[in-house]
Design a protein around this ligand. Structure first.
Ligand SMILES: [Ca+2]
Length: 246
C-alpha cells in the first residue's frame, strides 16, 4: 500500500488513546507525518507529545504546532503556515480530537487534503452527530468540515465499543507504558468516572472487567493506514487488524 503524507490534529494528553494512535503510526507504518497540531493547554500538550516522540526515538520530528486551547480560543493561522508551506500534491488529515484547528487549517490553505479521517457518528445526510465528543466540542467546525467537498471516513463510536484495550494490551506497548504511565492512571480514573456517571452504559461497554479503555483514536489511525472507506470501517470486521496491533 502506498505510503501517505499525513497531518495529525490531536488532543493528546487527556486520554491514552491519542498516544496509542501515534505510537501505531510511528512504529508500525511508513507514512510521512508532515505535522502534528495539538489541542488544549500548550505546555501540557506539547510536553506529552515530545515525551512520546522521545520515547519512540523519533529522530526527525515532524513540525509541531500548538493549536487552539478551546473552540472559542482559535489558533493564529500564521502558526499553521510552516505546515502549509510543506504540503505535497496529495496529503490526508487524521483528526484525533475536536475539529477547530482543522477548520482553521482548511480556511488557511487553497490546497485541501485528499481525505479526512475522524472519529464520530455521521448521519446519512452527511451531517455530524453531536453525540460524539470530538464533533460536539465544536459543532461549527465539524459542520464546516463536512460541508467541504472533501472525501471523509469516520469510525463510529459504537464500533470502538466493540473492542477493548486491556491492561495487558497496554503492557504490549511497553515503551509507551513506561513513559506515559500517567495516561494509564487517567484511563483507570475515566473508567471509574464512567461507572458512576452511567452505570447501565458502563455495564454494556465494559462487559469484561479487564477492559481499560476503547481505542477510538487507534481505530481511526488504522482506518487511515488501511485506506478504509467509512462503510468498511463501520461494517467490515476489524478484529484481525486490531489484534495485530495490540
Ligand atoms: Ca483524542
Amino acid at each position: 500500500m502506498k505510503n501517505k503524507n499525513i497531518i495529525i490534529f490531536t488532543d493528546i494528553g487527556d486520554d491514552i488513546d491519542d498516544s496509542l494512535a501515534l505510537t501505531y503510526l510511528l512504529t508500525k507504518t511508513e507514512h510521512e507525518i508532515l505535522g502534528i497540531v495539538t489541542r488544549g493547554p500548550p505546555e501540557e500538550k506539547l510536553k506529552t507529545l515530545h515525551e512520546l516522540l522521545d520515547v519512540l526515538e523519533v529522530n526527525e520530528k515532524p513540525l509541531i504546532v500548538s493549536g487552539s486551547e478551546s473552540a472559542d480560543k482559535k489558533i493564529d493561522t500564521s502558526l499553521l503556515q510552516p505546515i502549509i508551506d510543506l504540503l505535497p500534491s496529495e496529503y490526508e488529515i487524521l483528526s484525533l480530537g475536536p475539529m477547530t484547528d482543522i477548520s482553521s487549517f482548511i480556511n488557511a490553505t487553497t490546497h485541501p487534503p485528499t481525505k479526512i479521517y475522524s472519529q464520530g457518528t455521521v448521519f446519512s445526510d452527511w451531517t455530524p452527530s453531536d453525540a460524539c465528543y470530538n464533533y460536539k466540542n465544536d459543532m461549527e467546525a465539524a459542520n464546516h468540515i463536512f460541508n467541504q467537498d472533501i472525501p471523509h471516513s469516520w469510525v463510529d463510536k459504537d464500533l470502538s465499543y466493540q473492542y477493548g484495550i486491556s491492561e495487558s494490551s497496554f503492557h504490549d506497548f511497553s515503551k509507551l507504558w513506561a513513559a506515559q504511565h500517567h495516561l494509564y492512571q487517567e484511563a483507570l480514573y475515566r473508567k471509574e468516572r464512567f461507572k458512576k456517571m452511567n452505570p447501565s452504559k458502563y455495564t454494556e461497554i465494559y462487559k469484561d472487567s479487564s477492559i481499560l479503555s476503547h481505542p477510538y483514536d487507534l481505530l481511526t489511525a488504522i482506518a487511515l493506514d488501511k485506506d478504509l472507506d467509512a462503510w468498511r470501517v463501520n461494517k467490515v470486521d476489524l478484529p484481525d487488524e486490531l489484534l495485530n496491533v495490540i
